[in-house]
Design a protein around this ligand. Structure first.
Ligand code: FES
Length: 341
């Protein structure tokens, strides 16, 4: 017998079979809850269990802390209903008409943008249209059945190819292959588009974008889309990296200041070494946001990067700068045994 699930505050309802996660059941019903890794690792799908019982399964402590559990939070990508449920879920949207497909793509160009960042440009099949929203990601399907997720870094209107930014993580089988084995003209198989991260274009609020490392990829997609549609909302981009090499498309980010009417770019280094000769901002990237914008109640913030950065930014910007909880949107990259996005 399927269980009935109700969402607060939106009032949406759907049913979930015993073997479906709440996220799977919602997506099957055409409701997009915020999500990222679908693997209990990033925390993007966190929401509150108001009433009912769930079986949570295995999740990472970084994604759901003891304090979260004590506050009644759960992860919708892991939780299975064990009774009818009432859940608190924010930023729920109706699924658009974009289909998720499994497709091949051909590696067109490999560019070492930094010692540990490879930019892959991949040609998409001419015979089959691949559509996506700026900010979404794809899963590469590996021969042994595993998947590795990467955000699409170009804008949807440049639809004949995909650009992906791959960070090398030592011991990560797939990313090591990208750096030492992958060649131009190789074929990769992927599934996508996936994920709910993206710009809320129906809003008029000024935008703060926060990217950590290769979290720049989906942010780049969003900005190139903004350029394409002529977005006039004020945008401030904070890009945090360890050192100058980590700002691997710094020149491009600077060029947006003259291309968009109201755009500011603020790079922030956390571990600049003397060779960097760095005279810009230093420290944690979200601390730079707090210093510059101590009052954020009128803004929307979009953050992409490691889960720890996302969690700290969400907490501090909401608690210290008055950002609305519904105005913080995030895409957390998880680096499990083999690195994902
Ligand atoms: S923890 Fe659920 S989507 Fe990442």
């Amino acid at each position: 017998m399927p269980f009935q699930i109700s969402l607060e505050p939106g009032g949406q309802r759907f049913s979930a079979a015993e073997d479906q996660t709440i996220l799977e059941a919602a997506l099957a019903a055409g409701l997009v809850l915020p999500y990222g890794c679908r693997d209990g690792a990033c925390g993007a799908c966190k929401g509150k269990l108001i009433s009912g019982e769930v079986d949570l399964g295995t999740v990472s402590a970084g994604a759901l802390s003891d304090a979260d559990r004590a506050a009644g939070m759960t992860l919708f990508c892991r939780a299975h209903a064990r009774s009818d449920l009432v859940l608190e879920a924010r930023n729920v949207s109706r699924a658009g008409a974009i289909p998720v497909k499994k497709l091949p793509c051909r590696v067109q160009r490999l560019t070492r943008a930094a010692p540990d960042v490879m930019v892959i440009e991949a040609k998409l099949p001419a015979s089959e249209a691949f559509r996506f929203h700026a900010g979404q990601y794809v899963d590469f399907l590996l021969a042994d059945g595993r998947r590795r997720s990467f955000s699409i870094a170009n804008a949807p209107h440049q639809g004949d190819h995909m650009e992906l930014h791959v960070r090398l993580v030592p011991g990560g089988q797939f990313t090591e292959h990208v750096f030492s084995g992958l060649k131009e003209r190789d074929i990769l198989r992927f599934e996508g588009p996936l994920g709910s991260f993206g710009l809320h274009e129906d809003s008029a609020r000024p935008i703060v974008l926060i990217a950590g490392g290769t979290g720049f990829a989906p942010i780049k997609s969003i900005i190139e889309h903004a350029l394409h549609v002529g977005l006039t909302r004020p945008i401030t981009l904070y890009w945090g990296a360890r050192n100058r090499a980590g700002l691997y498309m710094d020149g491009l980010a600077r060029s947006w200041e003259s291309a968009l009417p109201d755009f500011r770019y603020i790079p922030v280094l956390s571990e600049a070494d003397p060779a960097d000769d760095w005279h810009g901002r230093s420290g944690l990237v979200h601390h730079a946001v707090i210093e510059d914008l101590p009052e954020l109640s009128a803004y929307e913030v979009y953050a992409c990067g490691a889960p720890a950065m996302i969690d700290a930014a969400r907490r501090d910007l909401i608690e210290r700068c008055g950002l609305g909880a519904d105005d913080f949107f995030a895409d957390a990259f998880t680096f499990a045994s083999d690195p994902a996005r």
